[in-house]
Ligand binder design. Structure first.
Ligand code: GCV
Length: 716
């Protein structure tokens, strides 16, 4: 098995290494030769050979990766050695090699768990060696990626003393990929999964996908859209799913599927899908048994139920817990989990949409089986450029809550805008829920520490597709990267993650790194400013969500219009979610509730999320609300101009192909930032009836022009 795998991976990784261009295919795993002669010399001195022990596909993958990485970075073949000498890297699980077993005695490595590893410089038999060791093979692979990252980012490897283990157990990508290969909210081409040719044709990029994920610690992937096609759990597709699972397995990436709640009716021929119906329960048990025959380490189900038209237990008068528990029971004997989404809001419910998930789910706290996680989007509406954290975090202590971030930029300029999401993810993870007093951060809720949960999870809606560079925009890769790194360790710093990614993807030159980092760190705030400053939200184009459309109204669902959210009128703007309005603030613990409710204390970035205010309301800057709104929109556009100028200053210094690609994207981003700004300012001006401050340039088009723009084929 190992031999076969090795041959296969040599072919495939060898293939990958032939691709030495900078078109983005190689992601952050480029392994180009180190261009600083001094650093190269030092590394070459410290790395002379390696010795792997162990015999599995994962160890084979780790060895292949190390070999490929070192060959590229050090520009010389580093070979396996049997005898210890100075400069040998000794790799394996603790019990795979007597020398490692001996070393382990001195280690307190139990806390490293199933996936952790150590990387340490030690003296063994009076030889200076680097040890990469773990309890399990997957830890060795993670350790190899970490070690290569040290070289890729030019770290000192003289005295290594690293011990790592993930803070969150399930670290998943959620693909919203359909079986016809379209991707819901996907902006980077078609789905990676070539269902038609599977299971027989294994595309080389399946392996590179798994490598990329393993390199950042992602250990699971939900292959299909939460708006699920029930066919995915029929034999025709299970065979294909199994083929993907086989490719991903050596890299520690487990496969999960989204299932449609009505599957027993649609593909099982049952008269209903009532979770309390014996026949339905048996059908799911049999189905799960069948799935595990195809994929013995299958991870479990992701479910969108009673949400946006998807069927669910409420259709049979049952609760979310009834539905989730039925599936959980079927999965439990195999160690599978259910990730039950809390993204629910009802067209007929007149309650503020932002409150509905909390209202539906908090009464169910404690009622879910032990292998159920409730998956909650980061904010209470829907992946807006900025939202306060979801009030469910900290409100269901008896239930493991899983974070759902969106890596694909549905509301953040698709794949044409450069928006580094590391800062957004950290803002949410660091938010303090005060559920158990100060320091009860969202991160502590989801890593299980706050309420002592055994299960913990985090998911990111993937931004990958068949585009040659995987994510459409080169910088989209940074969002995949930072999601994985933070899923592994939410304490990592967004700035540091940006720097790591830049060094591995674009340049190690300190000046260039700092220019690019500046662009990345400013990007999200700029986007918030040119799209939805001061807490505005959900004012994007109808259906496709492309571009601004704050004028959307009179649709069949109020909560899919823009006017529902901004509530602009002659008197002011904003959604009153205080006690005088929907009182959504009451869903937060004190003092958060009080801070959001108070005009004095509410951070201005959330002002119009929680308050409806007069156009002349005095902002902290001393400006009126109207003037401030205009300034923010203009500031957003200026920010993009600065990003553009910064990027242009790199011309001739960084790779030409990368430079031109991002330069073109930034041109589009600027054009669209101006579009957002002009459309929104002109529209809100019809209510505010005040002039745009004199010092700001005037929109060069009319509101009607923007309102009449049509995008019949915008991706959705
Ligand atoms: C998968 C938003 C998106 C939908 C998405 C939904 C969800 O409404 O626009 O495309 O559907 O969220 O997360 O279920």
């Amino acid at each position: 098995m190992r031999k076969l795998f090795r041959l296969w991976s040599i072919l495939l990784i060898g293939f990958n290494c032939l691709l030495i261009g900078n078109d983005g295919y190689r992601l952050w795993l480029k392994y180009d030769q180190i261009d600083d002669p001094a650093v190269l010399k030092t590394y070459r001195k410290l790395i002379k050979g390696y010795s792997f022990s162990g015999n599995s596909a994962t160890i084979a993958a780790a060895e292949q990766e190390l070999r490929t990485g070192l060959k590229g970075l050090l520009s010389r073949e580093i070979s396996p050695v049997s005898k210890l000498r100075n400069g040998v890297i000794l790799l394996g699980t603790w019990d795979s090699d007597s020398r490692l077993a001996e070393l382990r005695l001195a280690e307190d490595s139990a806390w490293l768990g199933d996936e952790g590893y150590i990387i340490r410089s030690v003296m063994l038999d009076r030889k200076r060696v680097i040890v990469i060791a773990a309890e399990h093979d997957i830890g060795v692979l993670y350790g190899v990626f970490h070690f290569l990252r040290l070289l890729q980012t030019r770290q000192n490897i003289d005295q290594l003393d690293i011990a790592e283990s993930p803070k969150i157990q399930l670290r998943l990508l959620n693909h919203w990929d359909n079986l016809d290969r379209t991707v819901e909210r996907g902006y980077a081409g078609f789905s990676l999964w070539d269902w038609h040719k599977l299971p027989d044709y294994i595309h080389p990029y399946y392996i590179d996908y798994a490598r990329a994920n393993a390199s950042i610690g992602i250990n699971g992937t939900v292959l299909n859209n939460v708006n699920a096609d029930p066919l995915v759990i029929t034999p025709l597709y299970l065979e294909k799913v199994a083929a993907l699972a086989d490719v991903f397995r050596p890299y520690g990436v487990r496969v999960y599927l989204s299932v449609k709640f009505s599957a027993p009716e649609e593909i099982g021929g049952l008269p209903n899908a009532d979770p309390l119906d014996k026949q339905v329960r048996r059908w799911w048990r049999d189905k799960v048994a069948e799935i595990y025959r195809y994929v013995p380490d299958f991870g479990g189900f992701l479910v969108k139920a009673n949400s946006e038209g998807q069927p669910g237990p409420q259709g049979y008068g049952r609760s979310h817990a009834d539905g989730a528990n039925m599936l959980a029971e079927a999965l439990a004997p195999y160690g599978g989990v259910v990730m039950w989404r809390a993204f629910v809001y009802d067209a007929d419910n007149k309650e503020d949409r932002s409150k509905q998930a909390y209202n539906e789910f908090t009464p169910l706290d404690g009622k879910f089986h032990a292998n159920v996680l409730v998956q909650v989007k980061n904010g209470p509406i829907d992946f807006q450029p900025r939202e306060p954290f979801h009030p469910l975090f900290g409100a269901m202590p008896e239930t493991p809550l899983m974070m759902e971030f969106q890596i694909t930029q549905e509301y953040l300029g698709f794949s044409t805008h450069l928006v580094y999401l590391g800062t957004l993810f950290k803002e949410v993870l660091n938010a303090d829920t005060y559920a158990k007093g100060e320091g009860s951060t969202v991160a502590k809720v989801i890593d299980g520490l706050l309420d002592q949960h055994r299960l913990s999870g985090i998911a990111g809606v993937a931004n990958t597709g068949t585009d040659r560079n995987w994510t459409g925009h080169l910088f989209g890769q940074a969002n995949w990267y930072v999601f994985g790194r933070l899923a592994w360790n939410h304490q990592l710093i967004a700035e540091v993650m940006a720097e790591e990614w830049i060094r591995m993807t674009i340049s190690n030159n300190p000046e260039e790194v700092s220019i690019i980092e500046e662009i990345m760190l400013a990007s999200r705030e700029n986007t918030v400013n040119y799209m939805t400053p001061l807490g505005l939200h959900h004012i994007m184009g109808w259906d496709h969500h492309y571009g601004p459309a704050p004028w959307i109204k009179d649709k069949h669902r109020d909560d899919w219009t823009s006017v529902y959210y901004h509530r602009a009128d002659r008197d002011g703007i904003g959604f009153d979610r205080t006690a005088t309005g929907s009182n959504a603030v009451s869903q937060y613990h004190p003092p958060v509730a009080e801070i959001f409710a108070s005009l004095e204390k509410c951070p201005e970035k959330y002002l119009l999320w929680f308050h409806h205010l007069d156009w002349d309301y005095q902002m902290r800057s001393g400006r009126t609300l109207w003037d401030e709104l205009c300034f923010r929109y203009y500031q957003g556009v200026e920010g993009v101009r600065e990003m553009q100028a910064n990027w242009n200053s790199l011309e001739g210094q960084i790779d030409e192909e990368q430079f031109r690609h991002v330069q073109s994207m930034l041109r589009i981003q600027l054009k669209e930032a101006i579009w957002w700004r002009n459309a929104c300012v002109l529209y809100f001006q019809t209510f505010a009836q005040r002039p745009i401050p004199a010092e700001l340039e005037k929109p060069d088009r009319s509101l009607e022009y923007y309102q009449n723009l049509k995008f019949p084929y915008a991706p959705k």
